[in-house]
Design a protein around this ligand. Structure first.
Ligand SMILES: [Zn+2]
Length: 370
């Protein structure tokens, strides 16, 4: 194992932050796994702890057939953002920006650089494109902030990987994946192994989140250079490892084993691994996800457990204003699985309280709520 430490750009004097990447194995294929980009989403960090120990074992046994880069703490800025004893790891305090948005979009620069350079050999094209990606990221202007510097470093490590797993979680959630529709067939076995109850697919959810920044350029380049043979060389997904409180050791260790088995499916680890279960959730469009909001302030009581299969019209939660006694029930507007609930039990304007994965598109434009 090799530990690579990067110093983030300067911030307040007397302070300095470090991004640490742990590199295991050798070989032509590469996987990149990061955890806690939203720094208060800790199940991924616990899974990474388990992965780090297991990867060291597998490396010692000579069973790594590719390179695996692991970043157990992808957000050294957000990890220290405590506000009166609560962790605020989603938005940078300094800029208010979401840590998982606005990664460098490589497509346009790649198109410019690759004109006339791609041919019929897919493998050669992958090598040429990855080289151009590394060059473009290496030539970016010096980062003007810690956050920009962090984004560049993370993408530099991930851009040339065959498999990118970005480990997140929701407030209270079932296991689920976000991905491009084009990559779903190759992620199905990961979803099956992890026991995912939902997979939300979008080609461009808006905001250039990390998994899209890695995977989308391949789709766009194939669209632009129609004469060239350009495979979708990066399978990237955001894995929502259930809810924020779900850091139990046994479950996280099991999740780590499922991820290793998937890496074996992808040719990065050798040895005997159980085959992926044949049973797998149906993927649905991210645009089919209902974000359910309250209509007025009040205390919230959920009327369905996480993972419930609901039908249109089924009650999701009730809201009661303790002063006016106003009472309302918010219902499902689509058939599907109730995959996430807010932690907070007091209704806020503009704050979703429940999410249902339906199969019919009901939203358009930017699909993220923040
Ligand atoms: Zn997240």
């Amino acid at each position: 194992m090799q530990q690579i430490d990067h110093t983030l750009p300067w911030s307040a004097c007397g302070t300095q932050r470090t991004l640490s990447v742990f590199r295991f194995g050798n070989g032509p294929r590469k996987a990149y796994i990061q955890a806690a980009l939203h720094a208060d989403e800790l199940p991924g960090m616990r899974v990474a702890v388990a992965l780090k120990a297991r990867l060291a074992e597998l490396e010692a046994q000579g069973r790594l057939t590719g390179v695996i880069e692991l970043v157990p703490l992808a957000n050294p800025i957000g990890i220290g953002q405590m506000f009166q004893a609560t962790h605020q790891g989603r938005f940078e305090f300094n800029s208010g920006k979401n840590f998982n948005r606005d990664f460098p979009a490589l497509t346009e620069a790649l198109v410019e650089r690759l004109e006339g350079q791609l041919g019929e050999n897919g493998e050669d094209n992958v090598a040429t494109i990855r080289c151009a990606m590394r060059d473009i990221l290496g030539e970016l202007p010096v980062a003007q902030s810690e956050l920009d510097g962090l984004r560049q470093l993370l993408l530099q490590h991930a851009c040339d990987a065959d498999v990118v797993l970005d480990l997140h979680c929701d407030f209270e959630s079932v296991m689920l994946l976000y991905a491009l529709p084009q990559n779903w067939p190759r992620l199905r076995s990961l979803a099956a192994r992890l026991g995912a109850q939902a997979a939300l697919l979008a080609e461009d959810a808006g905001g250039n989140a990390f998994d899209e920044a890695c995977a989308l350029p391949w789709v766009r380049l194939a669209e632009r250079f129609t004469q060239a043979n350009i495979p979708l060389a990066c399978i990237a997904t955001t894995v929502e490892l259930r809810g924020m409180a779900d850091t139990e050791r046994e479950r996280c260790q099991a999740d780590a084993e499922h991820i290793l088995a998937y890496l074996a499916d992808q040719g990065l680890v050798s040895g005997p691994w159980a085959p992926a279960p044949t049973r797998c959730c149906q993927a649905t469009p991210f645009a089919g996800a209902q974000y359910a909001y309250a209509e007025h302030p009040g205390v919230v009581s959920y009327l369905q457990p996480l993972g419930a299969q609901v039908r249109t019209g089924d009650p999701l939660f009730e809201v009661i204003d303790p002063l006016s006694d106003r009472h309302s029930v918010v219902r499902a507007s689509t058939d599907g699985v109730l995959y996430a609930r807010e932690r907070l039990r007091f209704a806020q304007p503009g704050l979703w309280l429940a999410k249902v994965a339906g199969s019919l598109p009901i939203r358009h434009g930017r699909l993220f709520s923040d």
